[in-house]
Design a protein around this ligand. Structure first.
Ligand SMILES: NC(=O)c1ccc[n+]([C@@H]2O[C@H](COP(=O)([O-])OP(=O)(O)OC[C@H]3O[C@@H](n4cnc5c(N)ncnc54)[C@H](O)[C@@H]3O)[C@@H](O)[C@H]2O)c1
Length: 364
């Protein structure tokens, strides 16, 4: 696909008053904007009237998920292509989602993670700073905290990652901090907890099949794409013995990015914020809700703990709520599972009707 190709327009409807009027549109670069979270953020930015360019190598992303934005197919490793891109557009802001994201794979292939999540991020951060980008928003993760001995995590905890994925994000956070210190670029590092759910109108959603996100696994099992699913550990010191995680709806996460951009545009200094709801759900709770919403009593096997899984990881979200005036709209496990389920059925129907846009070889 040639650089600068225009992706198919999905014509998202704008709701609410736009953040930017058409006379003063400033370009925003979104790396990884064809992926799960990036595509929801692109949609949210476009709904606010922003002018968005997506840069993505489509390794795990999909051209069809980019709505009304220019899609440039390219790789962050290609410094020349990136430099050309910055030369062609005067980006006011960069939102950086492009990365490899699987903890298990990062243990097996650490170099892949350090190359893409650190070395390639360095290309981007350096070029953004050199080209006078005013603001950068970076997708980080709760994995930077490792296995803390507290269950409610705030941003002052030290980074102590326990796998190459978390370490690569910690390193990228540091690179960004040091590079931004040499220019006037301000940044927001957003540390996501467990992202789930999909566009309420089922136009986009998580499309990488057979990955290891709990909600997706449960729904694929309900659809019969998996014979059964496993619970990894039932003897944790939690009420029902299974791990507790903070599940955040991808639409609320997208709104957090829009709010972070607004915050930086108002001239506030760089910041690091957790993105989560401040309360969690156990693995059993998620499975029970998935069974209730789908109406399928799928098979669940109980297995041993996985090494490195803390009993409970929940975001202290005081900072993002107060700093960005961020108000979640989808803080409800049923709503998360319901939107994900509706999307999963759209995907299933498209796959079974042999739509080439869905490539099942892209499994994690
Ligand atoms: N999904 C989660 O629960 C979660 C949790 C915490 C943090 N994050 C972070 O959020 C970001 C987005 O995650 P996602 O779930 O949307 O993953 P995803 O795999 O759906 O999206 C990543 C996108 O980046 C693109 N990409 C990867 N490497 C690239 C490169 N070298 N050049 C150009 N494009 C490249 C892929 O094609 C894909 O479109 C990642 O940085 C991830 O670490 C995700």
């Amino acid at each position: 696909m040639p650089p600068g190709m225009q992706a198919a327009s999905l014509n998202f409807i704008t709701n609410g008053s736009p953040m930017v009027s058409s006379g003063q549109r400033r370009k925003i670069l979104v790396t990884g904007g064809a992926g799960y979270i990036g595509s929801h953020v692109v949609k949210a930015l476009i709904e606010q009237g922003e002018d968005v360019v997506v840069f993505d190598n489509l390794s795990t992303g999909f051209a069809w998920s980019v709505a009304d934005a220019e899609l440039v197919v390219g790789d962050l490793a290609d410094r020349g292509a990136l430099n050309d891109l910055f030369g062609r557009h005067q980006f006011e802001a960069v939102l950086h989602f492009a990365a490899n994201i699987w903890v298990g794979e990062s243990v097996r292939k650490p170099a892949k993670y350090y190359r893409n999540n650190v070395a390639n991020a360095l290309n981007l951060f350096e070029l953004a700073s050199d080209h006078d980008v005013a603001h950068l928003i970076f997708s980080s993760t709760a994995a930077v905290y490792g296995q803390p001995d507290v269950s409610l995590l705030n941003e002052t905890l030290p980074s102590a990652p326990i796998n190459p994925y978390g370490a690569s994000k910690t390193m990228a956070e540091r690179l960004l901090t040091d590079i931004a210190a040499t220019s006037s670029m301000t940044f927001a590092i957003l540390r996501y907890f467990n992202v789930a759910g999909a566009d309420p109108e089922s136009r986009i959603g998580e499309a990488t099949p057979f990955n290891n996100h709990l909600v997706k696994i449960a729904l694929e099992t309900a659809l019969g794409l998996r014979e059964s699913m496993a619970i990894n550990g039932t003897d944790y010191p939690t009420e029902d013995g299974t791990c507790i995680r903070d599940y955040i709806h991808v639409e609320d996460l997208a709104a957090a990015h829009v709010a972070a951009l607004q915050h930086l545009r108002q001239g506030h200094p760089s910041t690091v914020c957790n993105c989560g709801y401040g309360h969690g759900h156990s693995v059993r709770e998620v499975i029970d809700v998935a069974k209730e919403i789908t109406g399928v009593d799928f098979e669940v096997r109980e297995g041993p703990r996985r090494p490195g899984d803390p009993a409970e990881l929940v975001a202290d979200n005081t900072k993002i709520r107060s700093l960005f005036s961020w108000q979640p709209r989808y803080d409800d496990l049923r709503m998360i599972v319901d939107t994900a389920w509706r999307w999963e059925r759209v995907l299933f129907d498209r796959r079974t009707s042999r739509d080439d846009a869905f490539d099942l070889r892209q499994s994690a």
